[in-house]
Design a protein around this ligand. Structure first.
Ligand code: UDP
Ligand code: MG
Length: 323
């Protein structure tokens, strides 16, 4: 039996094992309605599934709500992390525990429309190993945020060998074999978008419109996004590290020519100015460049530091529903 008919059979018999991985942080207000809606959507597609909710150290009532849900509905599993580790790590924790044939990653705030999940599944049946949603527009975001993310994707695609699509988030379906591949990445600084692009396989993009957050507000403010962008660039590109030798060489070359010019000038017309301004400008300029390059080295060394410490990615406080 070829892959297509094997996948089709699973769908026809409703025996495709679907794992949904949902990172949850302080979503008490809408977690219950969300999980119920997701449960209904997935139950329609298959009789075999698990919804893995990762409580990322929520400070509100989220955990209690999820525990109640594990009693109220079947196939709900809970992983509660010991503190807030961030969305990327929460996703990793969920992926580590997922056992499905396909794994769907989705946010808990209703921003990812549930009604494209059937499309995800049908694209998977037709042969794609990863189907991901791409937001149609960023109208809802502020001008600054839009420009900043444009700049990020521009730099990312120029500097790394990967093609990372603007607007593609974590909302996606992945085949088991892809998830196996993801699990073999031990790195601690996890930039999921980079990892998705790195593993390759047959992928398909589905455009969608981002919904308004049903309650609360985004946890990804400017500083968090900047951190994410820096992680992305430094985890997947070494150009910022290498470009400084080029710039350094260029600057030294220019200085050399300038020095020759000054010497010639002094010899020919003499020099009655002490040359104070030139000196100061040169010192400031080179000092600035040096600080910048040290900063860039620091970025990478910080990355090496976190990897070398080899700490566990996350710690689990409580699990429910896994046997
Ligand atoms: N989230 C998480 N840990 C965090 C921040 C967010 O698990 O530290 C979850 C959050 O509950 C939601 C998803 O990640 O399900 C996306 O978060 P958010 O809506 O704040 O981000 P945005 O939609 O702005 O990207
Ligand atoms: Mg959101």
């Amino acid at each position: 039996m070829d892959q297509h008919s094997a996948r089709q059979t699973l769908i026809d018999n409703k025996t495709l094992f679907i794992s949904c991985v949902v990172p949850v942080y302080n979503e008490a207000a809408n977690i219950e309605t969300f999980v119920k809606a997701l449960h209904a959507t997935i139950a329609q597609a298959s009789s075999q599934f698990e919804l893995i909710l990762i409580d990322d150290g929520s400070k509100d009532d989220t955990l209690r709500h999820i525990i109640e849900l594990t009693h109220a509905l079947n196939n709900i599993k809970l992983i509660s992390l010991s503190r807030n580790f961030g969305k990327e790590v929460a996703l990793t924790a969920g992926i580590d525990h997922a056992i499905g044939d396909v794994i769907i990653l989705i946010d808990a705030d209703f921003q990812h429309p549930l009604d494209i999940i059937p499309t995800f599944i049908s694209e998977w049946v037709s042969g794609y190993d990863m189907v991901y949603a791409v937001r149609k527009d960023r109208e809802a975001e502020s001008f600054m945020k839009r420009k900043a993310s444009q700049l990020f994707y521009f730099l990312m695609n120029k500097f790394s060998q990967l093609e990372i699509q603007d607007g593609a988030g974590d909302f996606r379906l992945m085949d088991k074999k892809l998830v196996q591949a993801l699990k073999t990445f031990p790195e601690r600084t996890r930039f999921m978008k980079g990892l998705y692009a790195f593993i390759g396989f047959q992928t398909k993009a589905i455009p969608y419109e981002v919904q308004k957050r049903s309650s609360g507000k985004s946890r990804f403010g400017f500083s968090k996004l900047t951190e994410l962008a820096l992680n992305g660039i430094t985890s997947f590109s070494d150009i910022p590290l290498r470009i400084w030798s080029l710039i350094g060489f260029f600057i030294s070359f220019i200085s050399l020519i300038y020095a020759i010019y000054i010497i010639a000038e002094t010899l020919i017309v003499g020099n009655d100015l002490p040359g104070y301004p030139t000196l100061i400008v040169a010192i400031m300029f080179l000092g600035g460049i040096q600080l910048l390059s040290i900063g860039i080295l620091g970025e990478y060394i910080a990355r090496i530091f976190t990897e070398v410490k080899n700490r566990p990615l996350y710690l689990i406080k409580m699990k429910k529903g896994f046997d």
